[in-house]
Design a protein around this ligand. Structure first.
Ligand code: NAD
Ligand code: SER
Length: 312
């Protein structure tokens, strides 16, 4: 186990990743950090430091002084929020990555995890079972930042032997921490609204299929990738990661199996165009063969987990 820092630990993925890594390695080995000055309540047990990833000097000082060896860099603006502030999204999503990559290049860090996204693909990409290598012309600032980040990860990997690993996460579904401004957030909100009011107004149209994954699978994938022998990993940019694929209409039907009175209506907004530019499903055969990846949760499993565990 190496001393670990999670940057952006107060977010949807960071909360669960911190809890999972602390369970595995002990709470004192895993330092949570976020721009939030208050320690997030879910992370009350274990060390926490308020850090702004854009404060390069402060981040460098902390990592060097604390002898951090592994960083999970999760701070970013997600797709929908990024479209509202493209300049800032580019700054946040890229500058933090360079700060961390450079620390590894200089020998301070041994291993980095940096997440990419299905948003690296664009309207000219084949949308069904999107392969690892294909046309990539993202049309959102978020997708452009993730694609550029992937190219830099591969460059630092090849040129400076930096051990940076990455997954192209699909839309992630969880109940421990809310999502942070993505196009796939509807697939979390729908469960909260179902339990709260019995109905939901969806910002995507009924037949919009997108790749999705239950958070437990995503956390397991992250840890398995980080523990895989480096020589087995052929992909130095970011691995495609498939889970399940469904439409708003299908998730609504899955909820109706538990709550027959649940109703949904559709009012697509600007996020529809983002969703229409992304894959419907993902081919993750490289992840399967390089580090034995296999997802576990299907739509019915995740519906049950969400309805059982959401605490209003
Ligand atoms: P999130 O928005 O829930 O969490 C991001 C966290 O970063 C927040 O707690 C926020 O306070 C923190 N943060 C923001 N600015 C910061 C700064 N300047 N310094 C330090 N911390 C800062 O996001 P998430 O869903 O947990 O996503 C984490 C990463 O995974 C992102 O890179 C995202 O692009 C990627 N990803 C997420 C999904 C998904 O469905 N959640 C899918 C694909 C990729
Ligand atoms: N879930 C993310 C988003 O919608 C995909 O990267 O932005």
């Amino acid at each position: 186990m190496r001393k670990t820092l999670i940057i952006g630990a107060g977010g949807q993925i960071g909360t669960e990743l911190t809890l999972a890594l602390r369970k595995k390695w002990g709470k004192d080995q895993v330092i949570a950090s976020d721009i939030k000055t208050e320690k997030p309540t879910n992370l009350s047990e274990g060390p926490y430091v308020a850090l702004d990833i854009l404060n390069r000097d402060a981040v460098r000082e902390f990592i060097i002084n604390e002898k951090i060896e592994t960083v999970y860099l999760l701070a970013a603006l997600l797709s929908a929020t990024a479209e509202k502030q493209p300049d800032f999204a580019w700054k946040l999503n890229m500058e933090g990555l360079f700060t961390i990559l450079d620390l590894a290049k200089e020998g301070y860090l041994k291993q980095i995890f940096w997440p990419s996204s299905i948003a690296v693909f664009g309207p000219t990409t084949p949308r069904d079972h999107t392969p690892q290598f294909t046309v990539m012309e993202p049309s959102t600032v978020y997708g452009i930042s993730k694609q550029a980040g992937e190219r830099w990860c591969e460059y630092y990997n090849q040129r400076y032997q930096v051990d940076v690993r990455s997954l192209r996460y699909p839309g992630l579904i969880s109940y421990k921490s809310p999502p942070g401004g993505g196009t796939t957030d509807y697939a979390v909100d729908i469960f909260y609204q179902a339990k709260k009011s019995g109905s939901y107004e969806c910002f995507l149209s009924e037949d919009t299929a997108l790749p999705m994954m239950f958070m437990d699978d995503a956390i397991r994938a992250t840890i398995e990738l980080m523990e895989a022998p480096r020589e087995q990993l052929r992909i130095k940019s970011s691995y495609n990661l498939g889970g399940i694929s469904f439409t708003p209409k299908e998730i609504a039907a899955s909820i109706q199996e538990h709550m027959p009175e649940f109703t949904i209506r559709y009012a697509p907004d600007f996020r529809q165009a983002i969703a229409d530019s992304w894959p419907k499903s993902i081919d993750d055969s490289y992840a399967q063969s390089d580090w034995n990846w296999k997802s576990e949760y299907n739509l019915s499993d995740l519906t049950q987990e969400m309805l059982e565990n959401i605490d209003l």
